[in-house]
Write a protein that binds this ligand. Sequence first.
Ligand code: 5RP
Length: 221
Amino acid sequence: MHKGKHAAALAAVQLVKRDSILGVGTGSTINIFIDELAAANIPLEGAVASSEATASKLHEHGYEVLDLNMTGSLDMYIDGADEANPNLQLIKGGGGALTREKIIAAASKTFVCIVDDSKMVDVLGDFPLPVEVIPMARSYVAREILTLGADPEYREAPRTDNGNQILDCLGMHIDDPEELESIINNITGVVSVGLFAARAADRLLIGFADGRVEERMAGDT
Ligand code: 5RP
């Protein structure tokens, strides 16, 4: 068990309102969170899942999975990240669920991000930035990404839950995350980019191996 992820996941369980509708992200930290939520016997009216994998896990624990089109906006979305900076801006999508994650984050009042301390960076970009693309646009988008000074690598993986493909963009030194998010979003054929900058997290729970959890809030810096 990864102790930092576990500490952050446990802290997030404390924030969940009983009988609410919760947005739930994707990844190993979130899997721990779902297990701990169930272990704490916290009932939900339902959950909106950012991936089929998360939906299955929620079902296994007896939680009802709801369609975002039927729920309206959510009070809280909880998800992990691949990198986080001091402004609570994130790189996400290592697990390939970035587009649905962005949709749920956009539709949620509070986005709580849970990470272990290894995910904290001053400048985003050491982690290859995932970009979800329409399959026929893959090579075109890759050439456009090259002009931004990054090296796009085609992810040899099954298609995303939306039937698309992912380019992992290496060598991005992201000084202005909002600007880069907007530039990449504007490339025709891009479905979404795993930069969560314009809509960053509202609360960040950072777990450490000794069980400690540090919380940062939007506007702290
Ligand atoms: C999935 C994600 C995950 O939140 C991110 O990859 C972190 O994963 P993990 O909790 O396994 O470290 O964005 O698309």
